[in-house]
Design a protein around this ligand. Structure first.
Ligand SMILES: Cc1cc2nc3c(=O)[nH]c(=O)nc-3n(C[C@H](O)[C@H](O)[C@H](O)COP(=O)(O)OP(=O)(O)OC[C@H]3O[C@@H](n4cnc5c(N)ncnc54)[C@H](O)[C@@H]3O)c2cc1C
Length: 350
């Protein structure tokens, strides 16, 4: 059984390791973070928090509750590290065709689960650069998290208090001496160990670029097939790609051209666009787009997973980190069924 005040080893220091550490820090629990320095999806994440799935115009999983908790948690961390992390940043969704526009307008009018999250935009209120022949909608309650500022400032804080080491951990190391619990936040680095329990953690390859257009594209996120996120300094993040067949975080040669083309489609006269940066990462993803949390096996009672944050780590993070720690400390019986490993048909420990 986990002691009431366990000493916790957190393996990994992407956004999962970071938010688990904050969850423990704010409760006054002791922990040490080990990271082996391998590439992190969190170093690539654009940081958007969007409560709406644009493909089918539906709310995301637990959209309202998770976003409210996320905003509050990032603001609490801001107050401790003295850096702005969360910015409210509405998203303009450009309609692809008449059918999509009709569906958006109907749902925005009310009576649908997504209605509280979406509005219809007057063409006159769009930024002058935007090309939207079928119209556009708005997600007013969206946001952006400065993930790099969050992970770097947190790492520095843990280093200053002697709670951070550059060191690998795998299941073969067991629960190292002096620790009571290991919380596995290794992103795709946890895939092999989870596979031993019949749990598949998939790697979803994604790329983003940072560009500087000749003229301003405005101060809202704009989404057509791609999205464009203003960084506030005249440059914009443009993304993202999604590939299942690439298992290393490699930058593909053709991607900047394709992303710039996609972003240009949303502008009347795109003009010259300079590509300043190109990044790639691997999203740790599960079959149902939900994370794997909590204790996995009675044979390894010290081991708690916090993996598989997928494409929405920024929004789901604060909630799922809290669930993981509440279950670990015995404040709840277990993590909710929707994130429990037993939902995997292949799980060997049911
Ligand atoms: C192109 C792209 C764009 C994205 N955009 C967004 C977005 O706009 N909004 C959003 O919410 N999400 C976005 N995501 C998803 C987001 O990046 C992930 O949900 C999140 O970063 C996952 O965080 P993590 O901490 O679980 O994993 P990671 O960030 O991958 O961190 C894993 C950590 O574990 C460490 N590690 C690995 N193996 C070991 C080991 N053996 N021992 C010790 N340490 C180890 C690594 O060094 C790293 O520190 C995007 C992802 C990509 C690729």
């Amino acid at each position: 059984m986990t002691p009431k005040r366990p000493h916790v080893l957190i393996a990994g220091d992407g956004i999962a390791g970071c938010l688990i550490a904050w969850e423990l820090h704010l409760r006054g629990c002791s922990f040490v973070v080990w990271s082996d320095g391998s590439p992190a999806a969190s170093d690539v994440a654009a940081g958007m928090s969007n409560p709406v799935s644009f493909k089918r115009i539906l709310p995301q999983w637990n959209a309202r509750a998770q976003q409210d908790e996320a905003r509050a948690r990032y603001q609490t961390i801001e107050s401790q590290i003295g850096t702005i992390l969360w910015r409210d940043l509405p998203i303009v969704r450009i309609f692809a065709n008449e059918e999509y526009a009709k569906c958006w307008v109907e749902r925005a009018a009310g009576g649908h689960a997504v209605s509280p999250f979406i509005e219809v935009l007057e063409i006159s209120s769009l930024h002058k650069s935007i090309n939207a022949p079928f119209g556009a909608g708005l997600v007013p309650d969206a946001g952006w998290v400065n993930v790099i500022a969050l992970t770097e400032a947190s790492r520095l804080k843990w280093q200053q208090q002697g709670s951070w080491e550059q060191r690998p951990w795998t299941m073969a190391d067991g629960c190292p001496q002096g620790f009571d619990v290991v919380v596995d936040c290794r992103g795709t680095g946890g895939a092999e160990d989870l596979a031993a329990f019949g749990l598949e953690l998939r790697r979803n390859h994604g790329e983003v670029i940072r560009v500087k257009p000749a003229e301003s594209w405005g101060e809202r996120i704009v989404n057509n097939a791609n999205w464009v996120l203003p960084l506030g300094d005249g440059t914009y993040r443009v993304g993202s790609t999604y590939h299942w067949g690439i298992h290393e975080p490699v930058c593909l040669e053709d991607t900047p051209r394709a992303l710039i083309q996609g972003a240009s489609n949303a502008r009347k006269t795109p003009g010259e666009i300079e590509c300043l940066e190109h990044l790639a990462g691997l999203r740790p993803t599960c079959f149902d787009r939900r994370p794997i949390l909590g204790m996995i096996s009675k044979d390894y009672p010290y081991y708690h997973a916090c993996l598989g944050w997928g494409a929405r780590g920024v929004t789901i993070g604060p909630t799922v980190a809290r669930w993981t720690i509440e279950a670990m400390l015995g404040e709840r019986d277990a993590v909710p069924d929707e994130v429990h490993p037993k939902r995997f048909p292949t799980f060997t420990e049911k």
